[in-house]
Design a protein around this ligand. Structure first.
Ligand SMILES: CC(C)(COP(=O)(O)OP(=O)(O)OC[C@H]1O[C@@H](n2cnc3c(N)ncnc32)[C@H](O)[C@@H]1OP(=O)(O)O)[C@@H](O)C(=O)NCCC(=O)NCCS
Length: 138
């Protein structure tokens, strides 16, 4: 592994889909993903040389709440502290932009086996249930 470099707000739709497919199978379409990247508040990507090895993104209103999405470390790079780097970058963004002395609600959705990873940063679950639907755009 070379020295890792971090990039902000450069994550492309193509890079997103490539990384997605290393962990979750068939990714979303290029058209949907381009729109999503364009409208994401903050994107972080980590490179080993020219190879993208990790990404995370976050939406939010900067004042009251944020939502973390698509935290992915390429499988062969997992367990080396890169996931921690991603979350620390997201939390730094929140800290750099929030109103000093106030609390900001930060949310994400995690599979059960990933909860201990997020707990290391202070995340915990509450009694609220996740409601969802896949809305078909006509
Ligand atoms: C979850 C994920 C991002 C973690 O990234 P990673 O680079 O492997 O994590 P790190 O090496 O930075 O680990 C940081 C700490 O969390 C711990 N950790 C990581 N994954 C864990 C897990 N699944 N369960 C418990 N602890 C975990 C590590 O042991 C480490 O602990 P330490 O700092 O006390 O030594 C990565 O496994 C991944 O991309 N998984 C597939 C995609 C995914 O499911 N993303 C989450 C979507 S909610």
């Amino acid at each position: 592994m070379n020295e890792l470099t971090i990039q902000y707000n450069t994550l492309s739709a193509e890079e997103f889909i490539t990384l997605w497919e290393t962990v979750w199978g068939q990714g979303p379409t290029l058209e949907q993903t381009r729109l999503a990247m364009e409208h994401t508040l903050f994107r972080v990507s980590i490179f080993d040389g020219d190879t993208i090895v990790a990404m995370a993104r976050m939406n939010g209103d900067m004042g009251l709440c944020y939502y973390i999405k698509d935290v992915v470390v390429r499988p062969e790079y997992q367990g080396k502290g890169i996931g921690r780097m991603l979350i620390n970058e997201l939390l730094k963004f929140i800290n750099d932009h929030g109103v000093k002395g106030t609390e900001i609600f930060v949310e994400l959705c995690a599979m059960t086996d990933k909860i201990p990873f997020y707990q290391k940063f202070g995340f915990d679950s509450n009694e609220a249930q996740r409601l969802k639907m896949m809305y078909l755009v006509k």
